[in-house]
Design a protein around this ligand. Structure first.
Ligand code: S3P
Length: 449
């Protein structure tokens, strides 16, 4: 059931330690590649969130056998091979998940059968032309809805193999890059994808791991068609985007002291750590190790007096999902923080610039909103007002404002917290272990009391 509001009691403490929950981006990609590989893949530490489960359900509808072992967070996927997917008799429902719909579009554009990909209300408002237009250039036949090439996406049976193209992606999007590289597995010739700035490179590591012929030259990635991909046994690193909520919560709390283990710190993705350090954060990054091309580490964080910074357009793609949290941190800092070049935030699960501006103003923060960013005048030592925050049905907006309770005078009520399960199903369990007192609008089953 969607529509649950949660109220968080104000508290200036955040202490504890936990193992970082699995990475969403890597879980999606690993499942899709395992499905089209030859043989049985075992994915340990897979994220059982609604978004990743949507990917698994779509793959099952396409004829892939998948066994879930929830107690051990493991998924076993019987790969059907590159040519082994079968037409789904019903539309593929991608729920709230942009990664599911865009990445699967790349694979399905290359199939000799038709597919319809659809999503929930939020996903149906998001731009899909960024993947469907280049896929059409490769020869796919695809229909979308007006305006802005929205879902449902109808993909018609491919009559002749996709042609390789060199595509310069106009937006810094890892989803578009991944979708086109996946299509490139099936194209005739070498497909090249150039992004305007660095995006998360999980697709490259995983494609290489599964045996694809892929190379990178600065912002351009090239892939040649594969004869087959080989099944893998993989361990999925922790998701920095999930850890980041508690990292910022601990930083802004008066008494914050937190350790998170096995966090993915892939440098194409860890902009938030660099930017928080620039703001004066006390972060200790220890036990760094590399697993299947991905760096992980343990992160220790303590409360700190933060100061305002400039977040430049070139920083944006390195911390795209963490920008709401950086705006929250900036609201607690001394001085001014400027964010520019972040217009992509307007087409995420919600318009995140609008959602953050409305929510922060409710909490008493003074800010100026622009089409591509925001200037925030930090409250420094003052605390947030409490109040009712509209999450705009967006998991990351909801979790960001729940963290604001570590710096608030009054309770904060956040709408539609059910969406948190799209990326971080154990968020409230962990939050309570870290000292959060949570109640629902129907009496508390979650309260610590
Ligand atoms: C993702 C890439 C980003 C990010 C999203 C996950 C991915 O989207 O916002 O949450 O897994 O590739 P864009 O590629 O649209 O920037």
């Amino acid at each position: 059931m969607k529509g649950q509001h949660y109220t968080i009691a104000p508290c200036n403490v955040l202490t504890g330690s936990f193992i970082c929950p699995p990475d969403k981006s890597i879980s999606h990609r690993a499942a899709i590649l395992a499905a089209i590989a030859t043989g049985k893949s075992t994915l340990h530490h897979f994220l059982f969130s609604e978004d990743c489960l949507a990917t698994l359900q779509c793959l099952r509808q396409l004829g892939v056998e998948i066994a879930l072992f929830k107690e051990s967070n493991t998924v076993v996927i019987e790969g059907v091979g590159l040519q082994g997917l079968r037409e789904s008799q019903t539309p593929l429902h991608c729920g709230n998940s942009g990664t599911t719909i865009r990445l699967l579009s790349g694979i399905l554009a290359a199939q000799p059968f038709s597919s319809t990909l659809m999503g929930d209300e939020s996903l149906s408002q998001r731009p899909m032309g960024r993947v469907t237009l280049p896929l059409k250039q490769m020869g796919a036949e695809i229909k979308t809805q007006s305006p802005d090439y929205r879902a449902p996406i109808e993909i018609l049976p491919l009559k002749k193999a996709l042609s390789a193209i060199h595509y310069a992606v106009p937006v810094a999007s890892a989803q578009v890059q991944a979708s086109l590289l996946f299509a490139g597995l099936y194209a005739s010739g070498t497909t090249k994808v150039t992004v305007p700035s660095v995006v998360r490179d999980h697709s490259l590591h995983l494609l290489r791991q599964f045996g694809a012929d892929i190379s990178q030259d600065a912002l351009t990635v090239s892939i040649t068609p594969a004869e087959k991909l080989n099944a893998q046994t993989l361990w999925i690193p922790g998701d920095l985007s999930s850890a980041a909520f508690f990292i910022v919560g601990a930083l802004i709390a008066k008494e914050g002291c937190l350790s998170i283990k096995q966090v993915g710190i892939n440098p194409t993705r860890s902009g938030i750590l660099t930017l928080l350090q620039k703001m004066g954060a006390d972060l200790l990054i220890q036990n760094q190790q590399q697993i299947a091309g991905e760096w992980i580490a343990d992160i220790h964080v303590k409360s700190a007096a933060l100061h305002g910074i400039e977040i430049n357009p070139r920083d944006v793609s390195l911390c795209i999902d963490e920008l709401p949290l950086l705006l929250l941190a900036a609201s607690c800092a001394e001085g001014r923080t400027t964010l520019r070049g972040a217009q992509e935030l307007r087409v995420k699960e919600s318009d995140r610039l609008h959602a953050m501006a409305v929510g922060l103003r409710t909490l008493g923060v003074s800010l100026e909103l622009y089409e591509d960013g925001m200037i925030i005048h930090g409250l420094s030592k003052s605390l947030f007002e409490g109040g009712f925050i509209d999450s705009f049905h967006d998991h990351r907006i909801a979790m960001t404002f729940i963290m604001a309770s570590r710096r608030s005078k009054q309770p904060i009520t956040v709408s539609d917290c059910d969406y948190i399960a799209t990326s971080f199903p154990h968020f409230f369990t962990l939050a309570q272990q870290m000292g959060f007192e949570v109640s629902t609008n129907e009496e508390s089953i979650l309260s610590n009391e």
